[in-house]
Design a protein around this ligand. Structure first.
Ligand code: SF4
Length: 160
């Protein structure tokens, strides 16, 4: 840490982590769903739990079950096949629940927006609490977006 903005970011990160513990308990469980990705977003999502990014230090964990999930992290350009599966996954989550659309494909289709196999942005099916731009978004951007959802603010604009 060598400047004021680094300290401010660290402070904001700690505040967000503290807030999620107040709202959701000791930890936040994330269910990741790929609704039509090229798999590059998945590589970045996987990196969250490696020793370098180590998002567990913030009390964030992946869960395989939507019934145990607080956050639904969605990647990819949604296909017609995955549309009902996304809705079912969201409906299976207990309340309060948050949704994060990660990557431009989840936000607006990205390079697949004009494909006949693109069934629409994630927010056309379920409510989205935070948007994370990028193709793919970096692990730090993913952490920021998840914490932004917890803080009740949009991580980014849809146009990014
Ligand atoms: S946003 Fe980019 S990296 Fe992610 S699924 Fe779409 S094309 Fe792949």
């Amino acid at each position: 840490m060598d400047n004021k903005s680094d300290w401010n970011e660290l402070d904001a990160e700690k505040q967000a982590a503290s807030r999620l513990r107040r709202i959701f308990g000791k930890s936040l469980h994330v269910r990741h769903i790929d609704v039509g990705s090229c798999n590059a977003c998945e590589s970045e999502v996987l990196a969250l739990s490696n020793p370098y990014y180590n998002f567990h230090r913030l009390g964030l964990f992946f869960t395989a079950s939507p019934r145990q999930a607080d956050v639904l992290l969605v990647t990819g350009a949604m296909t017609p096949t995955m549309k009902p599966i996304l809705m079912e996954t969201y409906e299976a989550m207990p309340k309060p629940r948050l949704v994060v659309a990660a990557g431009v494909c989840a936000i607006h289709g990205g390079v697949f927006a004009n494909s006949r196999q693109f069934a629409g942005p994630v927010e056309s099916v379920i409510p989205v609490d935070a948007f994370i731009p990028g193709c793919p978004p970096t692990p730090y951007a993913l952490i920021n977006g998840i914490l932004a959802a917890v803080n009740g603010r949009e991580g980014v604009t849809r146009d990014a």
